[in-house]
Design a protein around this ligand. Structure first.
Ligand SMILES: [Zn+2]
Length: 464
């Protein structure tokens, strides 16, 4: 990534704008060319298919993918041989049960085993994500799948009334503006993409008016952001009583993290436009996004989603995905480790793809009380309730009766805050739970900690 290079970091803002514009031009070339246009128009034509035709389309693409995997991907060749079946034995999605689930650890152990033999034919992009054990997982994607993903995003943007020529403000935790810059501008521009990139790292009370002014002057049609960054911006705007002048704004698109109810509520109240959320995963096996009626839909052309019931989770299921387009590294029945609640209802938008009631985030991101209750995302934050001036924190359940809270105290954090943390844990999780408090300034630069405010090392025992 360009902004991680020293030359970018040391350049003045005007040169950084050129870098980002150059990056945007390359993106447009690779992700918005002929392949993109083809996929995008296909996605437009399949948007309102009825359920049988969605199934038919998925079955056809699944057959092609499995045939390719059997012939070219060592892991799948061995797997089919071991099971004594051929790809043709899996005619429909219902037959997928003949194949075992795939876990992060399976892939992490030997990622090359999942790479197609003719990988050189594809233009590949490498990426990394964290495995369940915290060790990195190496993933490969081909150009077609990158285009497919991009086309899926654009289709959802269209649902929000945003088109290719519209301006978009992006607020993400990328180091677009180096940390050590202390004065505005805390944003950079990418000219061809028509985007302003706002730093997610310079959001503090004294800078907020600069951010608001920059966004207002840019006149974006949409804002794209990680929920937590936009939530921080919204909190300051509300706290400081700033009234926004953003008549151009039509929609907000969130992704990369779970959009909590409190995020949705505050962001909606401050910006007064609909919020479209997108759920994806680094392995690119499933994509789920909200429509203009606010329901989460599985994007059925993108991948096949299965929902695996887990014990003791009150209807929450694990999302299992099979990507249908990444021929460079096919992953079939991949357990994402993320949880969702399935809905039987059809959506009023007339799209007949599966509707998801709610996305809950990772299985490992839940805490379990001493009496065995699962404590989910929003409720986990109860532990931080009433604690003043905590800059960052990560709550780790090491055992059923031990919680470690790593934290970075602000100037006004006091012993009373420490006491409150301990009391809250005992109230919500059980009076016999030991609480270990540990100051850890590395949280501020640790991306993993930001995405995983709650970590459980005991949830595995409650797995299927
Ligand atoms: Zn809908």
């Amino acid at each position: 990534m360009v902004f991680k290079t020293n030359i970018y970091k040391k350049s003045p803002a005007v040169i950084q704008n050129l870098f980002l514009t150059g990056r945007g031009a390359i993106y447009n070339l690779l992700r918005q060319g002929r392949t993109f246009n083809k996929v995008y128009s296909e996605l437009e034509s399949t948007e309102y298919l009825d359920s049988p035709r969605i199934r038919e389309l998925q079955n056809r693409r699944l057959n092609l993918l499995l045939q390719h995997a059997y012939e070219n991907v060592p892991y799948y060749n061995r797997l089919f041989n071991r099971l004594g079946i051929l790809p043709s034995d899996i005619e429909t999605i219902e037959d997928l049960g003949k194949l075992p689930f795939l876990t992060k650890e399976d892939v992490r152990r030997n990622p090359k085993d999942f790479l197609t033999r003719d990988a050189k034919k594809f233009l590949l992009k490498k990426s990394f994500t964290n495995g369940t054990s915290g060790k990195p997982l190496r993933l490969h994607r081909d150009l077609y799948s990158i285009n497919f993903e991009n086309a899926s995003w654009w289709r959802q943007r269209r649902w929000g009334g945003v088109n290719f020529s519209d301006r978009i403000a992006v607020l993400r935790e990328e180091e677009i503006v180096p940390f050590d810059i202390k004065s505005p501008p805390f944003w950079r521009y990418s000219v061809f993409e028509k985007k302003i990139f706002l730093s997610g790292y310079h959001l503090c009370e004294e800078n907020i008016r600069y951010y608001v002014k920059a966004i207002e002057e840019f006149k974006p049609r949409a804002i794209e952001a990680e929920p937590s960054s936009l939530y921080i911006l919204s909190s300051f705007i509300k706290k400081m009583g700033i009234s926004l002048h953003l008549t151009s704004l039509k929609a907000i698109f969130t992704s990369s993290e779970v959009l909590l109810d409190k995020h949705r509520e505050l962001i909606g109240r401050v910006f007064t436009v609909p919020i479209y959320d997108f759920y994806g995963n680094a392995e690119r096996v499933t994509a789920i996004g909200t429509c203009e009626k606010g329901s989460y839909h599985v994007f059925p052309e993108y991948g096949i989603a299965e929902f695996l019931p887990l014990k003791d989770t009150a209807g929450k299921m694990e999302i299992v995905g099979t990507n249908l387009h990444n021929y460079a590294m096919p992953l079939v029945r991949y357990r994402t480790g993320d949880m969702a609640e399935f809905s039987e209802k059809d959506c009023r938008c007339r799209r007949r793809s599966q509707v998801i009631k709610k996305i809950h985030g990772r299985i490992a991101d839940f805490l379990i009380s001493q009496d065995g209750r699962f404590i989910y995302a929003d409720a986990c934050y109860m532990i931080l309730r009433g604690v003043k001036d905590l800059v960052a924190s990560q709550i780790i359940q090491e055992a059923m009766d031990r919680i470690r809270i790593k934290f970075v105290p602000g100037e006004n954090f006091s012993e009373e805050g420490e006491k409150r943390l301990v009391d809250n844990v005992k109230t919500y999780m059980g009076s016999g739970v030991d609480v270990v408090l540990e100051e850890d300034s590395s949280l501020l630069s640790n991306r993993e900690a930001k995405y995983r405010p709650f970590v459980s090392h005991v949830s595995r025992r409650f797995d299927i």
